[in-house]
Design a protein around this ligand. Structure first.
Ligand SMILES: [Zn+2]
Length: 130
């Protein structure tokens, strides 16, 4: 014998299902279509120096050149990365606005330091398994 669900309850279930669906779509949207990158890769003279998470506030001192005579201080704060100080004469990297979108970069030409924002590989650490 089939048990009938009262109409009032059935409407509640539909409402809950709709709310869950909207929440799920929003969650998927945020995870797959956001434009914020999650790591910054630092390269010095074309060689990878380090990869840092944008979700963690930190200060990284980068020393380059023969006797480490060049210095760049990279700061990651509130999901954005910027060059706080640098020994380069032009100061372009320090004047650059904070970067946080995928593909954005800060380049310090005199010190050969490049900071690039990258999206983490979704296939490596999936947030959702469908
Ligand atoms: Zn610079």
């Amino acid at each position: 014998m089939k048990k009938e669900i009262p109409k009032k309850h059935r409407n509640d279930i539909i409402l809950i299902a709709c709310v869950l669906l909207v929440a799920a779509v929003g969650f998927v949207y945020l995870n797959f279509f956001r434009s914020e990158g999650n790591t910054v890769t630092v390269t010095v003279d074309g060689t990878e120096y380090g990869v840092y998470s944008l979700s963690e506030n930190r200060t990284e001192d980068i020393y380059t050149g023969g006797d480490n005579q060049h210095h760049n201080r990279l700061v990651i704060k509130d999901g954005k990365a910027y060059m706080e100080t640098a020994s380069c004469p032009d100061g372009i990297c320090v004047a650059h606005k904070p970067v946080f979108r995928d593909g954005e970069s800060i380049i310090c030409l005199p010190n050969r330091v490049v900071v690039t924002v990258d999206l983490a590989d979704e296939t490596e650490t999936p947030d959702i398994i469908m």
